[in-house]
Design a protein around this ligand. Structure first.
Ligand SMILES: [Ca+2]
Length: 205
């Protein structure tokens, strides 16, 4: 984890085992449960509840990931949330997800909502990178394919002040409640391996 020097990752309450696996580059990555076998979400504890709140500033967030061949279509899990802060119905949210093999980024601010989808099909079992950048007047998503090719998509929209609820933790691999507990039904559990998660907000360390 990087992007906030005081951040440390820890696992939210889980109903299944989570392990770390080789990241293919000499380090370790987070292995999240296969489809239909349970829930696990890593959350990031920060020194201040709002240190990962961008408000009006530019910010970028992303991760490296490898998704399983089966990752949606289950009655309790029909999506794959990669990194997020805030839930869908909250006043503010930023989120990266892989649904039906396509990566999308959602940024919801007081000025509006941007949903940007990269028109490239993710190859299960191969490492990809996803990066979402919020600028003053646009949101840009970059998905880097296993061969290093970047695929970009963007929406021109002024999303304005982005402020998820102060209690919302940064979550990796799924949704968590305000208390940091993995959401049960409609979990959007990410099934696969996640590595190198970051959030960088302009003007902060
Ligand atoms: Ca899933």
């Amino acid at each position: 984890m990087s992007g906030d020097r005081s951040a440390r990752a820890h696992l939210a309450k889980v109903s299944t085992r989570v392990s770390s696996v080789a990241d293919g580059r000499g380090g370790r990555a987070l292995r999240l449960p296969p489809l239909g076998t349970g829930r696990a979400v890593a959350t990031v504890a920060t020194s201040s509840p709002t240190s990962l709140t961008p408000r009006d500033r530019r910010f970028v967030f992303g991760a490296r990931f490898k998704i399983d061949s089966r990752s949606d279509g289950h009655r309790l899990d029909d999506g794959n949330n990669l990194v997020q802060r805030g839930l869908w119905g909250d006043q503010g949210q930023y989120k990266l997800q892989v649904d039906r093999g396509q990566v999308s980024c959602r940024v919801l601010g007081r000025g509006g909502e941007a949903v940007v989808t990269a028109r490239v099909q993710i190859t299960p079992g191969s490492w990809h990178r996803a990066r979402c950048a919020r600028h003053a007047r646009l949101v840009r998503l970059t998905v880097t394919k296993p061969d290093g090719t970047p695929i970009r998509a963007q929406r021109s929209i002024r999303t304005g002040r982005v402020a998820p609820p102060p209690t919302a933790r940064l979550a990796v691999g799924g949704k968590v409640t305000a208390r940091g507990i993995a959401v049960r039904g409609d979990s959007d559990q990410f099934n696969g391996v996640v590595d190198n998660v970051y959030v960088k907000i302009a003007g902060t360390r």
